[in-house]
Design a binder for this molecule. Structure first.
Ligand code: PGA
Length: 251
């Protein structure tokens, strides 16, 4: 079964407002294929401005890189999913490996975030992935299973607003992409896990993204894998040309 490709740019802590505007000036001139969903996740300070530009071009949606687990309150420095909805944000990343490893976000905390986000109108992009030492010691599937366990039966009705991104930590920002076969193996495992838990129909409609040094050169091969429906792109999404090439190569 073919799912519509989804390509998400994760700018991380790059491109302030001025650079975001410059990026959009180049990007909006490009012709994009129609049969692909495209999302850009800029830093929080660029979201509002980017939202205004993106609302004019429609073909591209706005995403945030993170949000908090509560709707409001005394959480200095945090952003609520409801604030993201208010500025027409459609997607939010949850549990990116940098949140897990640098900011110590645990599966328990990420589960709270996920529950909160799935009760809004946002689409949650749950990121999972093993470190190099976990892969070397044969623990990849145990780690992925543990990270997926934040999804419970309570989420069954909201699964149409969930995307899962497999991002092996050893491939993020290292230039070391997982081989298409390595990525497919884990994607297949994730889809099977979802099928066992939530049924075949849910598993078949779920979009699974690969992330970790995705670039124009490896997009076609990764996207040709049966269970890879899109990409979460860091470094190669910072320039309009290379991000646009990735989008074109994904269809
Ligand atoms: P990368 O980052 O494409 O620079 O490896 C991907 C990500 O962290 O989402």
């Amino acid at each position: 079964m073919k799912r519509k490709p989804l390509i998400i740019a994760n700018w991380k802590m790059n491109h302030g407002v001025e650079d975001s505007i410059k990026f959009m000036a180049g990007f909006t001139k490009k012709k994009l294929p129609e049969n692909v969903d495209v999302v850009i996740c800029p830093p929080f300070t660029s979201l509002y401005t980017m939202g205004i530009t993106l609302s004019e071009i429609k073909a591209v949606a706005l995403g945030a890189q993170n949000c908090h687990a509560e709707a409001s309150g005394a959480f200095t420095g945090e952003i609520s999913a409801n604030f993201l909805e208010e500025i027409e944000c459609k997607y939010v990343l949850i549990g990116h490996s940098e949140r897990r490893h640098i900011f110590n976000e645990t599966d328990e905390f990420l589960q709270k975030k996920l529950i909160h986000v799935l009760h809004t109108s946002l689409i949650a992009v749950l990121c999972v992935g093993e470190t190099e030492s976990e892969r070397d010691s044969g623990k990849t599937f145990d780690i992925i299973r543990k990270q997926l366990n934040v999804l419970t039966m309570e989420h069954t009705d909201e699964l149409s607003r969930l995307v899962i991104a497999y991002e092996p930590v050893w491939a993020i920002g290292t230039g070391k992409t997982a081989t298409p076969a390595q990525a497919q193996e884990v994607h297949h495992f994730i889809r099977k896990w979802v099928q066992e838990k939530f049924g075949l129909a849910r598993a078949q409609e779920l979009r699974l993204l690969y992330g970790g040094s995705a670039k124009p050169d490896n997009t076609r091969e990764l996207m040709s894998q049966e269970d890879i429906d899109g990409l979460l792109v860091g470094g190669a999404s910072l320039k309009a040309d290379s991000f646009c090439d990735i989008i074109h190569c994904s269809v």
